[in-house]
Write a protein of this length. Structure first.
Length: 274
């Protein structure tokens, strides 16, 4: 059994693109080592008096916010060292990285043409659509790569989006209920490898979600500005990504659908399509 730990990035209304990303982890072979590595990062970088229950929020580490707001105590290189250790984990444990994204403008043009949808409902819809796309990609790769296994989705708990996401999962399991058939993904519906309902958890309850947070954050940053600082971290994730942004693959390597190879890494490029 595999666990797909998923988190979102860019849900602020100022962000033009929402990314949902995470990792697919073998329950028996990788989950405990992953949790141990994350715990070790906290013990390595965070003062002992603050280690109990400490959560590695990449947004705060990257931007020097909240716990890391004292720039004299937490200069960029000290914070970057934490990120270096985080993004090294997929390669160390051979854990694949997955993601999906949506453009807010595309969602607006398709679903909010008349402007009757409230801003809150629009934000929730964007999040749910990005999450649904990522979940479909998990289903696809479970069928292609781990053909004899099933998956459980574990997501960062977002109370506003929880109900909508649960509704989407129900439709994916029973696509005949859809008012409009999802033609683009008809070959992976109904869900077969993803079992049960989505389990929602806080990062304090699931350390693995902290790695998912790092993946979603850095992939979203890759879309906006791929400078040397971002490349330092993102490029360590890229060989373990089951698919990559088109910006990272030449046009001749753009397949119609994402593709995976075995063993996982370095993985041949599959190209993410919005």
């Amino acid at each position: 059994m595999r666990f797909a730990f998923l988190d979102e990035g860019g849900i602020s209304r100022d962000e033009s693109r929402i990314v949902v990303g995470g990792v697919i982890v073998h329950g028996d072979e990788q989950l405990i080592p992953l949790e141990s590595r994350l715990e070790a990062i906290v013990h390595k970088h965070i003062p002992q008096e603050d280690q109990d229950g400490f959560v590695l929020h990449v947004k705060d580490i990257w931007g020097g916010g909240k716990y890391f707001k004292d720039r004299n105590k937490w200069p960029i290189e000290r914070r970057a060292a934490i990120l270096d250790d985080l993004v090294a984990i997929p390669g160390q444990l051979e854990i694949p990285v997955i993601f999906n994204w949506v453009e807010r403008s595309n969602v607006a043009s398709r679903h909010n043409v008349d402007g009757k949808m409230s801003q809150r409902d629009f934000d929730v819809s964007c999040h749910a659509i990005a999450f649904a796309g990522c979940m479909l990609r998990v289903e696809e790769f479970m069928r292609r790569v781990w053909v004899d296994e099933v998956a459980q989705i574990v997501a960062e708990d977002n109370p506003e989006a929880r109900k909508t996401i649960k509704g989407v999962v129900d439709l994916f399991k029973n696509p005949s209920r859809m008012l409009t058939p999802l033609v683009a993904h008809a070959d992976v519906l109904p869900l077969q490898r993803i079992r049960g309902s989505v389990q929602f958890a806080d990062k304090t309850e699931s350390r693995a979600l902290q790695l998912a947070d790092a993946c979603a954050f850095l992939i979203r940053r890759r879309f906006y500005k791929h400078d040397e600082i971002i490349a330092r971290f993102y490029d360590k994730l890229k060989p373990w990504m089951l698919l990559v942004p088109r910006e990272d693959a030449p046009p001749e390597e753009w397949p119609e659908m994402p593709r995976a190879t075995w063993p996982y890494g370095p993985i041949d490029f599959g190209v993410a399509k919005s």
